[in-house]
Design a protein around this ligand. Structure first.
Ligand code: SAM
Length: 317
């Protein structure tokens, strides 16, 4: 994702683009077309029953209205289960192209890679308190609603947070019926803050998808992560989780540079440096490992490449 500030960047995610259904959002960096796109996601066997029941329930209840003659009209819920193909279909508003400052309005490969990982590791995420950093339009966090009802999504800027909110409302029928706790909050890594001052629930799992593309942003992201992983953030509250797991999905973007006269990935190399700095900071209480994507089943429709990686950080508190 190397680009000048005024250059338009295209998302690779062009799934089932529905040209007829698009709205336009006015942006300070220009005017982007925001598309309403269906994401068809296969479900692991253990989720099919739960999710089909939830979507069927909402199909009958939340979406039933009466026409002028008093006849019942049942319209389709936003998130719906396709029994024939065994897919859960999410309707997500997002942009296909934006400037660098607004890439959060698009859906990125890292989001789809993380969904594959979550659905392949249901037990890891089930009923866990999840905090997502840089959630963008919210697809990953919304899909996590099939596994847990305790989710906080964070990002920066009212346009991104607004679109995320819109997508949550459109697909909220996949969440367990009340009580579920889905929060969308601003968390700017350039103004790092603790869980306590953010007043958000303590996470068991922190996830971040495709947030490694600019070294300054990566520095700010790791600074925030360091605060969130610091046991002191939790101690005064009591009942802190004993371990926090962090999952970061990233696409290694290779570029030929004249400076190096070679194909390099400077942002990725910088990410690896920040990971080892984090290991040095927390020493034996923290471990880092790369998860092999080849071992992960694919549930989303996209072209999974070797450049897509997921990293796991485990921190004892
Ligand atoms: C490439 S997008 C990925 C969006 C989404 N996670 C996905 O994979 O589709 C990077 C995300 O990081 C967010 N981000 C960038 N700088 C940030 C900052 N300083 N604080 C919080 N989020 C930031 C962007 O707003 C954007 O949502």
């Amino acid at each position: 994702m190397c680009a000048c500030a005024d250059e338009l960047i295209l998302s690779d995610v062009q799934l089932n683009r529905d040209k007829d259904s698009q709205i336009v959002l006015n942006k300070k960096h220009g005017e982007y077309a925001i598309h309403l796109v269906d994401f068809h996601i296969k479900l692991p066997g253990c989720l099919i029953q739960i999710v089909s029941e939830r979507t069927e329930k909402s199909f009958g209840i939340t979406d039933s209205i009466h026409d002028d003659d008093g006849d019942l009209i049942v319209s389709r819920s936003a998130a719906n289960f396709d029994k024939q193909n065994q897919t859960l279909n999410f309707r997500i508003h997002h942009a296909m192209e934006t400037h660098l400052a607004d890439v959060g309005l698009q859906v990125w490969m890292g989001a789809l890679g993380m969904i594959d990982f979550m659905l392949d590791n249901v037990q890891l995420f089930r009923n866990k308190q999840i905090l997502e950093l840089g959630a963008g339009v919210g697809l990953t966090g919304i899909v996590a609603g099939t596994l847990t009802n305790k989710i906080t999504l964070t990002d920066v800027g009212e346009n991104i947070l607004g679109l995320c909110e819109m997508n949550y409302h459109a697909n909220q029928n996949i969440f367990q019926s009340p009580p579920h706790c889905f929060e969308i909050r601003e968390l700017n890594w350039h103004k790092p803050t603790s869980i306590k001052s953010l007043c958000i629930p303590k996470p068991d799992i922190i996830m971040a998808c495709d947030v490694i593309y600019d070294n300054d942003i990566t520095n700010a992201f790791f600074q925030t992560l360091q605060i969130l992983l610091n046991g002191d953030t939790y101690t005064k509250e009591g009942c802190r989780p004993s371990i926090v797991k962090v999952y970061i999905s990233t696409e290694k973007r290779l570029n030929f540079t004249l400076e190096d006269l070679d194909i390099t990935c400077k942002e990725y190399n910088h990410f690896l440096c920040k990971l080892s700095e984090l290991e040095n900071t927390f020493q034996s209480s923290l471990s880092v490992q790369r998860i092999d994507m080849e071992d992960i089943s694919q549930f989303c429709q996209y072209n999974q490449t070797q450049q897509l990686e997921i990293w796991e950080i485990q921190k004892q508190l």
